[in-house]
Design a protein around this ligand. Sequence first.
Ligand code: HEC
Length: 138
Amino acid sequence: MLTFARLRALRALCVGGLIATAGVSLAYAQSPEQILSGYAAQSGAAPDPARGQQFFTNRHGREWACATCHGATPTGTGKHAATGKAIEPLAPAFNPARFTQSAKVEKWFRRNCMDVVGRECSAPEKADVLSWLITLKR
Ligand code: HEC
């Protein structure tokens, strides 16, 4: 028998489901430009593609640069410095899956910046790098 309490529980489930679905689409369906404007807002300064290219290509006192795995111009397939595994292009014009899921972007920025810089990258650094990657066109 469906009691009033059960109906209310059901309704709560449905509303919860709707909110969860909306949350998922927010987290997973973004464009590189939207992700960039998030970092730019956090950093409070205009992103600088030239500085992003330097950051990406230079080493930061450690063994690897971003370019070591992704290539100096990450429009083609990269190669993992440790495992030798192929890495799909990072520039979004050459790989439409890139920079469309903020959770994935954040996870890899965190991991790769720890390897390359020895700390997490700051919002201005992420904005600079992404603004440069967006300038790489076919
Ligand atoms: C040791 C190799 C290696 C280095 C060095 C490296 N990366 Fe990566 N990067 C990877 C791998 C592996 C992935 C995840 C696999 C994939 O998505 O192709 C990845 C994924 C990413 C992603 C995820 C993008 C998306 O939306 O899919 C970003 C952003 C990224 N790297 C940025 C950087 C930056 C910035 C640096 C330098 C600070 C850097 N990487 C250095 C190996 C590396």
